[in-house]
Design a protein around this ligand. Structure first.
Ligand code: LMR
Length: 402
């Protein structure tokens, strides 16, 4: 059977990770995979997370199963973190959360629920969207289509075109939205656009599926949740996928949750029972460690405060880097306007150079970004910022094919 399988290469982000690791050049700059990096180029474990982890190891007496819904305390805390403790959907018990292996697991589980409830549903994703959205969602059997999103000319969102496309969708079509820190573009919806989108989604009876992978890394913990909180309060049904990879630094612990919001508490119970059944068939039970740590951080006042401070530091570093890189690029590439990078949120910006130029940057200057020119701004640091801008200047001046 397996003799018929073809050898394929990993997706754009995974291949880039491998290429960067294999590059021995000391000047190499990793702007590829979306992990936060500090000024030393490291991806630290936040001190609050480390403390909660040590306490967990000290008190844990068993590794027996937790259950298909995972850590119930974690589920409750994550829902409160994302929605805000007093949110209407929590007060009226219209929301349920289920722990998943990372945000990826949550996206897949959400897609499986939609497929089970309505197998012909189409999921509409932004153009462009995170490369892994496609296999994660379509692997459930759902069909995917794209709606216009990014405007490369302005570095902003083509909101009018996006709204016009969504306006044409039939009732019950699913729309995947990025809560904040859009991956790969960095261009987010404004609060006004979220409000406009809400009335459209209501009028057209669409089902929003909101991916929340970077809460706290855009404009702040509360601001980054604006759209999700608004939709959840105003709509009868919403799905949301949460990742704790970036904001808790728990990447490899695969910690996330899927939230489902229904019209009534009874419907939410029914949806949750289906999610438990689907999860049991996918991974049976999620890994416990990361979720137990997050629960420990969020339920201890001192650790929570410490984590919030650490998250603020991460966000401010990325915001500062955005301003710095715009300045350095203005100096080394004076004929090109990169000021949109300072208007973007989170770790990514779609840099806007051609694939040939991206590859030349990689081959000649050891600067790694994804072929579509997505750059992880957090990979820059004082030490390599000028080198990066100079390298871009050299590639743009050389005129590598576009
Ligand atoms: C990214 O977008 O680089 C991250 O979310 C890591 C991944 O799995 O692709």
């Amino acid at each position: 059977m397996f003799e018929r399988l073809e050898l394929i290469s990993a997706d754009a982000i995974l291949s880039l990770m491998a290429a960067f690791r294999a590059d021995p050049d000391p000047r190499k700059v990793d702007l590829g995979v979306g992990v936060y990096r500090d000024e030393r180029g490291e991806t630290p474990i936040p001190a609050a997370v480390r403390t909660a982890e040590s306490a967990l190891l000290a008190r844990q007496t068993t590794k027996t199963y937790v259950g298909p819904a995972g850590n119930l305390g974690f589920n409750a805390e994550v829902a409160r973190l994302v929605l805000g403790a007093e949110h209407e959907a929590l007060v009226t018990e219209r929301v349920r959360a289920i722990q998943c292996p990372g945000g990826c697991g949550a996206l897949r589980l959400g897609a499986e629920l939609i497929h089970y409830a309505s197998p012909d549903s189409v999921v509409h994703v932004s153009d462009p969207t995170w490369v892994n959205h496609v296999p994660l969602l379509s692997g459930s059997g759902l069909r995917l289509e794209r709606y216009p999103y990014y405007d490369a000319a302005t570095g902003g969102v083509r909101f009018a075109e996006m709204a016009a496309a969504l306006e044409r969708l039939p009732p019950r079509a699913v729309v995947l939205l990025h809560a904040s820190c859009h991956n790969p573009t960095g261009a987010d919806l404004s609060q006004g656009e979220w409000r406009e989108l809400l009335s459209l989604v209501k009028r057209r009876q669409l089902l929003p599926f909101i991916d929340m992978a970077y809460q706290g890394l855009g404009e702040g913990l509360e601001a980054d949740a604006f759209g999700l909180r608004l939709f959840t309060a105003e709509l009868p049904e919403v799905l949301f996928a949460v990742s704790c990879s970036k904001n808790f630094g728990l990447y490899r612990e695969r910690t996330g949750a899927l939230g489902v919001v229904c019209d009534t508490a009874a419907q939410a119970d029914a949806a949750m029972s289906q999610l438990v059944r689907l999860a049991r068939g996918l991974w049976s039970m999620p890994p416990d460690h990361g979720a137990a740590i997050v629960h420990g951080v969020l339920t201890d006042a001192a650790l929570r405060a410490q984590w919030l401070e650490e998250l603020d530091t991460m966000r401010k570093r990325v915001q500062g880097l955005r301003r710095e890189v715009v300045r350095a690029l203005a100096e080394h590439c004076p004929r090109r306007d990169f000021s949109f990078i300072a208007r973007h949120h989170g770790m990514f910006s779609l840099f806007g150079i051609s694939t040939a130029q991206v590859r030349e940057l990689r081959a000649q200057h050891h600067v790694y970004m994804v072929d579509d020119s997505r750059m992880n701004v957090a990979g820059l640091r004082r030490e390599n910022l000028e080198y990066f801008a100079r390298s871009v200047g050299a590639v743009l001046a050389g005129g590598a094919g576009g």
